[in-house]
Design a protein around this ligand. Sequence first.
Ligand code: GUN
Length: 285
Amino acid sequence: MIVSGTQLAKEIKEKVKNDVAKAVEIYGRPPHLVVILVGEDPASQSYVKGKGKDAEEVGFKSTTILKPDTITEQELLDLIESLNNDDSVDGILVQLPLPAHIDEDKVIETISLSKDVDGFHPLNVAALWQKRDCIYPCTPKGVIQLLDKAGVKIEGKKAVVIGRSNIVGLPVSKMLLDRNATVTIAHSRTQNLPSVTSEADILVVAIGRPKFVTEEMVKPGAAVIDVGVNRDPATGKLCGDVDFDTVAQKASVITPVPGGAGPMTRACLMQNTLECFLRRQNDKR
Ligand code: GUN
């Protein structure tokens, strides 16, 4: 079974769009998402364009701010502060990675917690790990929704996550744990990785290496979620971290690249922006 992230993302955005229409009636305006891109990295440009397109599709007010990579750290922090103080802005997203002269941690910390649609603020991360009310980061939230959509039972299952980044590996592991999976976090230095992954009922791969997971690493009937976005060195085409053609023969559920976790990340950003908007509106009352 190939689970289409594109299809599920469409359904999620349809629901957000309906909720936005209701929000406009109640609050008099739609949510406003501001996306900041520093520099001209082509992959980031394409991600930011997609986010703006989805935001418009669901009826948000969408602003994209492009800054040259000569912007100083202080100028970027000042820009974020001005958006924090602007009551008409509900969500602020700074596309990562940033140029080396800008401290990413400082940038993430500066975004107001109430407008942190990425869920990257350290207080939000702490809330996630303490099982308190939080904004779930977009890609992990998309992974869980893909598993649910595919009818994969998470509770009691063995999940293996390959990758331990702040953006995907760590939060998705915590979210699987909170759904009562038994979770192993593996990474590039895990010894005998195939012996670990072939135990997995649920395998989430976010290591950033083209076609890294091959058929012999996968348990028959496993659910495989591929979060990778790479260029296939042989063909130059977009490909995931999983060798789709061979692994699809063995897995019971698999996500394609493109068309899997990518569109889901964007759909979850729309959910998070609406959530930040509604929380801010309700806090005002
Ligand atoms: N770069 C790669 N993924 C993400 C993401 O989810 N949010 C931001 N802001 N930057 C990213």
